[in-house]
Design a binder for this molecule. Structure first.
Ligand SMILES: [Zn+2]
Length: 266
């Protein structure tokens, strides 16, 4: 009894392993026949160019850095006002005093242009260029200023038409090169290799160093006792860049009250 069982089991296993009938084997062979690609030599639809060494494209996260510093973007230009700053009282003698309160700071937006928050791209590009050349950090002390923060910073009449309100002006210094602003100004000029800068006649202005300008920008250097305002209370010289000309729209940039009010308030 036992031996018969074993034989039957063995036969069954053999059948199982050997698989199928001859018919099925034939079918399988046919199905397994490879389809070979026919490719002749030296026959192309077009001649591919010889391979060239190519530098690797950067990954998106690498784009956020220039060297070891974050790439400057319009985010760096957000208004530095802070509602916790104390109220400033301007004593006007016999007349009623003026009171200046700071704005809500980063909770409001940048200037709006064509439905988007906007800072003049040449300012962003120039500061990234400085960071790239010096391998040092650019510290923006004033980017966009909303009208409230602008008045809070500096309530002299000269400041009323400040282009900081349009995203067309920036104040900054370079960490580690605080005492060498002239070297930074040289780099700013190198950004425009084809253009000469003209020296501004600063007679009558309360500035010891005459500014420089070309078609697009105006560069001012403020020494430690000049141009001090709420945003620039540090002890360093600083550089102010103002955009004079919109090279995309081919027009001069002049302060505009209506434009200065065009930003999102939260
Ligand atoms: Zn503000």
């Amino acid at each position: 009894m036992h031996k018969k069982h074993h034989k039957a089991l063995l036969l069954f296993l053999l059948l199982f392993v050997s698989g199928c009938t001859n018919e099925e084997k034939k079918l399988r062979r046919e199905n397994l026949r490879g389809e070979h690609l026919i490719r002749k030599h030296d026959e192309y639809f077009f001649t591919p160019p010889p391979p060239q060494p190519r530098s690797r494209e950067s990954y998106p996260w690498e784009d956020k850095y220039i060297g070891s510093f974050p790439r400057i973007s319009k985010e760096f230009f957000r208004c530095k006002g802070n509602p916790l700053n104390p109220v400033i009282v301007q004593d006007r003698g016999d007349k009623e005093s003026f009171y200046y309160r700071d704005c809500s700071g980063r909770r409001h937006g940048l200037p709006i242009k064509d439905g988007q928050e906007f800072v003049y791209p040449c300012l962003i590009n120039l500061l990234n260029f400085v960071q790239e050349k010096t391998e040092k950090r650019v510290v923006i002390t004033a980017g966009h200023r909303c009208p409230t923060h602008n008045a809070y910073c500096d309530y002299t009449p000269y400041n009323w038409g400040s282009k900081h309100m349009l995203g067309a002006e920036v104040d900054f210094y370079v960490e580690g090169m605080e005492e060498q602003p002239e070297a930074i100004i040289k780099i700013l000029m190198e950004y425009y290799p084809e253009e000469e800068f003209t020296r501004f006649k600063s007679e009558g202005l309360n500035i010891s160093t005459p500014p420089w300008y070309n078609k697009e920008i105006f560069i001012k250097l403020y020494h430690p006792l000049e141009g001090r305002n709420h945003d620039n209370q540090h002890a360093y010289p600083y550089i102010g860049i103002q955009v004079r000309y919109d090279c995309e729209e081919n027009k001069r940039i002049i302060f505009n009250q209506e434009q200065s009010q065009n930003y999102l308030r939260h």
